[in-house]
Write a protein that binds this ligand. Sequence first.
Ligand code: TYM
Length: 330
Amino acid sequence: MNRVFSGVQPTGNLHLGNYLGAIKNWVTMQAHYDCLYCIVDLHAITVPQDPKVLRAATREVAAGLIAAGIDAKSSIVFNQSQVKGHAALAWILNCQTPIGWLNRMTQFKEKAGKAREQAGLGLYAYPVLMAADILLYKATHVPVGEDQKQHLELARDIAGAFNRAYGSDCFPLPEPMILGAATRVMSLRDGTKKMSKSDSSDYSRINLTDDAATIALKIKKAKTDSEPIVSYEPERRPEAANLIDIYAALAGQTCEAVTAEYSNAGFAAFKRALADLAVEKLGPLAADMRRLMQHPDYIDEVLRAGAERASHIADRNLREVEDIVGFLKP
Ligand code: TYM
């Protein structure tokens, strides 16, 4: 059976990178797979969080997923901490993961920076928890942006290590799905940096809660080179290529088709068209998200019901794993 699992952290605003790299694909996958979409609050606390802000951000991300078109009746939408199996399986997988594998993770190196000795154990073990998220549901497909590729390779390695250690075929090896024209959306201020929640400049990203005027202004102000023509040269013109990728992903076209369409129009005209397209596609999403955020009780109920459904699958699989490992049944 094919099952999709993916996750998003409730830290800061959802942005266009999250949408084009992940959430937009999650929406389309609902027609073809059983899908679980998880707001990973256990991952969020690997760096300091204000509890009030974390609670609000969890609800905001849930609102974003629903507004983007995730159907919480067919797909399972939930927050990670409500399903206790994630932490329990993560512990078992920690015991199968060589430290050397974790030492290679570039995201840990980036996040820990120079203060590596001060970094929390949770931040270090973050990718093992991610493997547990996926394997707890025996998910076969994991739609993510490019930046999660290394973590998914590790998840496959951990699944293989567990299966080999116990001579079982308990876990399928999950397949990463890195889809669409914008698998790595870059900052609007610097074409060599990933668009990210943690960038100090709000002009570097388009937030899914931005209104039409803000979206248009951010695209107008997006940094580009001074060449007036539209050409797709990611190495030489990274900022221009990023905007073309964004257009292509929003319009469901290829970068080649977009470049050809605007090759005579000039870059200023292309930017205006991109602003119109982004407002058309993202404006209604933002409005819906703002509307949903007025109803926290409704969102809490969606997450509670989602966690209940997720737990049915998780509890069964965790029991199987615990039995393989040799834990006595309760
Ligand atoms: P997170 O919260 O950083 O991002 C959520 C999703 O958005 C994608 N993404 C991007 N895609 C393209 N361009 C960008 N600039 C960009 N920024 C973010 C990410 O690739 C991701 O798909 N560790 C994960 C969450 C997670 C998870 C999992 C994912 C926890 N457990 C299990 C898959 C399976 C994370 O921090 O994503």
